[in-house]
Design a protein around this ligand. Structure first.
Ligand code: GLY
Length: 413
């Protein structure tokens, strides 16, 4: 039987051994840190970049940065404006719902100064999911909570329970149900080799144009009967024919070299219940490494998850690329994946927003828009503005799903 003295002696020896071990680990960690690549310089000015919808809240975020506030608080302040806005139907309150008519939100954030992260996916009834992701980061030992667990945690943290489906979004969902719900997200997706892609037709034949016009007229009438206001009818039809992915990403850095990022969304319209896109995925929808920079995405969540877009961009910059090159490289990876089916690229919308630690920044897009209407992103570094995204290709994508399964026969009477 071991004595108390043996125990104490053993404990002392153990502690010394542990102390030595800890010291060795510290030395190794310091050596590793010395050889670790990082971008030393901080930006000369405080700066926020975001997807174009961030232009509405970017002043709020910049104000926080200017008054010495936290970079993540600044980024979230920009995203929250869209989460609160019923007219941004791609984010938060008023987001377009899933196929069952229920709004489900995704968000994640990374806080550079502490290297912490938080994320929530498939959350119902809580509109400020960016704050909820931050609460997961600050008040749990976890990084990601989903579904009912995330919701329950939200109520425990004092988030109010709200119905997120506005009358306007409900009516657009009803329009989809009445006219296009046979074009859903079941069955093989775009990436599946079995997915049929219509051949390239440079101009629509007149007969097809007439059929499309008849369809639009028919949908317009339905929209009117559902009570969708006249000035929003075409926009509603567009959302039904081309389900949007929406989303807002924001990255913020200050002159001390602190940097953070966040992304928040209601995700793909008419999605299957429980579908999470890229927005709550750390490394896809958002990634921040305080040594290198911050990046985030909007567009096709399914494509972005597969290339771990935001993380890959950060790694590209770690290996010396500029913000622009790092983003374009990831877009080229997506192109490469479609080498055998290049026409499918016409249906992929993918945008990245990139802020390097030293203040170099860029917005890049698979499709750069037209000369008359280039795709944009928002920047604030003391001057608030929209800048053109750098397009890998000119023009606009045709949003997925490409066309009705039978282009001339949707659930028309
Ligand atoms: N990028 C947003 C989504 O796919 O849900």
């Amino acid at each position: 039987m071991s004595s108390r003295r043996d125990f104490i002696a053993g404990t002392i020896i153990g502690s010394v051994a542990l102390g030595l071990e800890a010291q060795t680990t510290r030395v190794q960690a310091t050596q590793a840190a010395k050889t670790y690549t990082w971008i030393g310089a901080a930006p000369r000015k405080n700066i926020i970049i975001s997807s174009a919808n961030g232009i509405h809240g970017i002043d709020k975020g910049y104000e926080i940065l200017s008054s010495g506030g936290d970079t993540l608080d600044a980024a979230i302040a920009v995203g929250k404006v869209q989460e609160d806005d019923p007219n941004d139907d791609s984010v938060g309150y008023g987001g377009l719902p899933n196929e069952d008519g229920v709004v489900e939100l995704d968000s994640c954030c990374m806080h550079g100064p502490t290297r912490m992260a938080g994320s929530v996916g498939g959350v119902r009834n809580i509109k400020n999911v960016s704050l909820l992701a931050q609460a997961v980061m600050q008040h749990t030992a976890h990084v990601m909570l989903v579904g009912q667990g995330a919701e329950k945690f939200g109520y425990a943290m004092g988030f109010p329970k709200e119905n997120l489906l506005t009358d306007r979004s409900r009516k657009v969902w009803l329009l989809w149900k009445e006219t296009m719900s046979n074009q859903d997200w079941w069955g093989p997706g775009l990436a599946d080799p079995r997915y049929p892609v219509p051949p390239d037709t440079p101009a629509m034949p007149t007969s097809s144009a007439e059929v499309w016009q008849q369809r639009i007229d028919w949908m317009t009438e339905k929209a009117a009967r559902l009570g969708i206001e006249p000035e929003f009818r075409m926009a509603a039809i567009e959302r039904v024919l081309n389900p949007p992915t929406g989303t807002i990403h924001v990255s913020a850095a200050n002159t001390k070299g602190e940097i953070s990022g966040m992304t928040t969304t209601s995700g793909l319209a008419w999605k299957l219940a429980g579908r999470c896109g890229d927005s709550p995925i750390i490394g896809a929808g958002c990634y921040t490494d305080p040594d290198i920079g911050s990046a985030g995405a909007t567009g096709s969540g399914e494509e972005n998850i597969k290339v771990a877009g935001a993380h890959t961009i950060i790694e590209n910059m770690r290996h010396g690329m500029s913000a622009k090159e790092a983003g374009l490289d990831v877009l080229r990876r997506i192109v490469h994946a479609y080498e055998k089916f290049p026409t499918k690229l016409r249906y992929i919308s993918m945008k990245y927003y990139i802020l390097r630690r030293d203040g170099d920044y860029a917005g890049v897009s698979m499709w750069g828009g037209t000369p008359e209407k280039p795709a944009k992103f928002a920047v604030h570094d003391g001057a608030k503005r929209l800048e053109n995204l750098v397009g890998l290709y000119p023009g606009n994508p045709l949003t997925f799903p490409p066309q009705p399964k039978d282009p001339y026969k949707i659930n028309t009477p």
